[in-house]
Design a binder for this molecule. Structure first.
Ligand code: MEV
Length: 301
């Protein structure tokens, strides 16, 4: 085939990137309409989309569902700075970046709001109908967001230093969400007050984003409540305790739990010590901060 007969766009591929996230407060409770606060972080996922006559089966069910929702066929190339299945929102970042790249490559013309809604539908379909819009929304808009049911709001970006600890233990978000649903069904008298208490901690945190010490105390409470809900993991608890002992102001698991990541809130002077304490527990530490940019187009390739 002669390149001369093809429009220039034929060999320029759409590459989009989207950030990961940490759940500062309210994971799991947010699935039941309670408030949740999440923050976009620096590590990103980059997705390049290419048109194809027939849909090749992608490795990721999230990517397959993106093509199905957009009604086109293609292939993707994914590069990620985020560990997968670890609570840092890599599936949401892949979903968001893939949808924006498909929209661009196929010139579909959907708005960013429409694509954010489709991203939430993709997550819900893959996670058996149970997913809040938090992960996909924060990956789309960046910064810090508050989600309550269908209401989404961007909050002023806080000046906080985070050290993430990856327990290197994989988890399944849909499995952990199903575990909480099961507890709610079999022991509502226990699960419901825990979920209410998580909501109370989240609401209280909104008055303390300028007070790192108080924010740290609230993170510790949120961690204990998640453990009570049955989504803890021994290695996560070990990392949380090690971070606090090394001088973190607070530490909690982030995301679905059952493995994956925790993060610690630190003063500037403590962050290297906290990262060292996490690494000493056979885990991986990432020192990071907020990314105020959400999904974005990268250079054409
Ligand atoms: C996963 O990052 C957070 C959960 O609350 C699920 C969700 O919000 O969809 C566990």
């Amino acid at each position: 085939m002669s390149l001369g007969t093809q429009p220039l766009r034929w060999y320029r591929l759409a590459t989009w990137s989207a950030p990961g996230k940490v759940f500062l407060f309210g994971e799991h409770a947010v699935v039941y309409g309670k408030p949740g606060i999440a923050m976009a972080i620096k590590p990103r996922v980059m997705v390049t989309v290419r048109k194809a006559k027939r849909q090749k089966k992608p490795n990721s069910t999230y990517i397959a569902e993106c093509f199905r929702q957009m009604g086109v066929s293609g292939s993707v190339y994914v590069r990620s700075q985020l560990p997968s299945s670890s609570g840092l929102g890599s599936s949401a970042a892949v979903t968001v970046a893939t949808l924006f790249a498909i929209n661009d490559e196929f010139e579909i013309g959907k708005s960013a709001d429409e694509l954010a809604l489709i991203a939430h539908t993709v997550e819900k379909n893959v996670q058996n109908g149970r997913a809040s819009a938090t992960d996909t929304y924060v990956s789309t808009v960046g910064g810090m967001v508050l989600i309550t049911g269908n209401t989404k709001r961007r909050l002023p970006p806080p000046q906080i230093q985070l050290v993430i600890g990856n327990s290197l233990t994989h988890h399944s978000t849909s499995g952990m969400v199903a575990r909480v649903a099961d507890l709610k069904k079999t022991r509502p008298q226990i699960a419901d007050p825990i979920i209410e208490a998580i909501a109370a901690v989240t609401k209280c945190s909104m008055h303390h984003f300028n007070n790192p010490r108080e924010l740290g105390n609230l993170m510790n409470m949120n961690h204990a409540l998640l453990e009570a809900l049955g989504v803890g993991h021994p290695q996560l608890s070990r990392l949380v305790l090690a971070a606090r002992a090394a001088g973190a102001l607070g530490a909690k698991m982030t995301g679905a739990g059952g493995g994956g990541c925790m993060f610690a809130l630190c003063s500037k002077s403590a962050k290297t010590r906290v990262a060292g304490a996490i690494e000493a527990c056979e885990a991986r530490a990432i020192i990071t901060g907020i990314d105020t940019q959400g999904v974005r187009k990268e250079k054409d390739e």
